[in-house]
Write a protein that binds this ligand. Structure first.
Ligand code: PLP
Length: 400
């Protein structure tokens, strides 16, 4: 039963895409609400009409709003936020600012996202730091007890993904934060797929750095994201790249880096997207994150149980708490084929491949999975239709 009390009819009315597709690819890029679309398009129109610099100056307040909005969303201060073009670059700007040296240990999780892991490997090769994977517990989430046992003076960073790309797992971010705080170790959280889906509070989680994207559960425009860095840490982290926005050239041989989190930004940015992301965050806050999470969680559990009931689908989501991402296999049909056939029926999903998270999908021998991800504007009726469509794909494959 839906206990979110969310006005579903209004949510759908305000989402033009709901009339066109059955969108179960919200972890890819969710459907933008009309208000976000209007904000982006009207700024682009203003740029075309009066010039890009002039449009920015005229809409200065709207372009600055993202800092306040993001701060409210994750419970921090606006000067701890940087607007960055995507979650990967946001994460990179913080990670590559950490001064690793030989012997430093980086602790991460088995479910880690490939881009992050590639960066650990690169830094390890360059500096002699070592990457170590904290084992999972019996539920498939990072084992907090194992993490605690691995802590020593050499651990420089705990860096994990909250909701991994390849499934419904929600890693125990706040329990991990507790270990990090007790040991006074830097804690970097990739929250790319959790922000917008569930309530997020950096103080409760206890992370020092958090990165996220605009286009996924926040329902913002593509090409947007943001980074949070705890204020006390900002000046200790020298960004890997500097420019005249991140720093000021104060003498012929000297520059000064900004003191706020915008030191991780660069000068040119997607202003229409920046405005749009601020509007998207306001929109999410207006619904409130707890009802969004209640509904997403309920719909995903419903989808899992109905898919299992079909008898020829296996679900592969790990963890104690499972989120809006549902990964599965259909007996005898490849994930690509399921995606292709669903697309023909107007249903959007994606495929998760082993290369997006080798340690996890590799060890579970799951080279590919269908990934269906729901948002609060999806309906129970869509869940039914989705399962009917999967059943049809299975039957058709059997007949061939
Ligand atoms: C866990 C995780 N982190 C980071 C990213 C990268 O986000 P972006 O494409 O905004 O850089 C993704 C994208 O799928 C992701 O799933």
């Amino acid at each position: 039963m839906d206990q979110s009390n969310l006005d579903l009819a209004r949510a759908r009315r305000e989402t033009p895409g709901c009339e066109k597709v059955m969108h179960f690819n919200n972890a890819g890029a969710a459907l933008m609400p009309q208000t976000v679309l209007d904000a982006v398009v009207s700024h682009l129109q203003l740029e075309a009409a009066i010039g890009g610099y002039e449009a920015k100056n005229r809409e200065l307040e709207a372009t600055e709003h993202i800092y306040d909005a993001a701060a409210r969303l994750i419970n921090c201060a606006p000067d701890e936020i940087a607007f960055i073009e995507n979650a990967t670059r946001a994460w990179d700007m913080a990670f590559y600012a950490i001064p690793f040296k030989s012997g430093d240990r980086i602790l991460t999780a088995k479910s880690e996202y490939s881009s992050n892991y590639i960066s650990y490997l690169q830094v390890a090769q360059k500096t002699g730091a070592v990457v170590e994977v904290v084992p999972d517990d019996e539920h498939g989430q990072l084992s907090v007890a194992a993490l605690r046992n691995m802590i020593d003076d050499r651990v420089k960073l705990i860096s994990i993904t909250h909701v991994p790309t390849q499934g419904g797992l929600v890693n125990p971010a706040a329990e991990i934060g507790k270990v990090a705080r007790e040991a006074n170790i830097l804690y970097l959280l990739d929250a790319c797929q959790s922000v917008g889906q569930m309530p997020m509070d950096v103080k409760e989680i206890g992370c020092d750095i958090l990165s996220t994207t605009g286009r996924k559960y926040l329902r913002g425009p593509r090409g947007t994201g943001f980074l949070y860095v705890r204020r006390e840490l900002i000046e200790q982290l020298e960004p890997p790249f500097l420019d005249l926005h991140a720093a000021t050239w104060v003498a012929d041989d000297r520059y000064e880096i900004r003191k706020d989190a915008r030191r991780f930004e660069n000068w040119e940015m997607y202003y229409a997207g920046k405005i749009g992301l601020g509007v998207a965050i306001d929109y999410a806050l207006n619904w409130s994150l707890q009802p969004i999470w209640t509904r997403v969680h309920m719909l995903a559990e419903q989808l899992r149980s109905k898919l299992i009931a079909l008898g020829f689908v296996t679900i592969h989501d790990l963890g104690v708490v499972r989120c809006g991402i549902v990964t599965f296999k259909v007996n005898g049909v490849t994930a690509d084929e399921v995606q292709r056939r669903l697309a023909e029926m107007g249903i959007n999903v994606t495929v998760s491949l082993e290369e997006s998270s080798r340690l996890d999908l590799g060890s579970r021998q799951l080279p590919e999975l269908v990934r269906a991800s729901v948002h609060y504007y999806n309906t129970e009726e869509e869940v039914e239709r989705f399962c009917d469509a999967v059943a049809r794909i299975f039957r058709e494959a059997e007949e061939h």
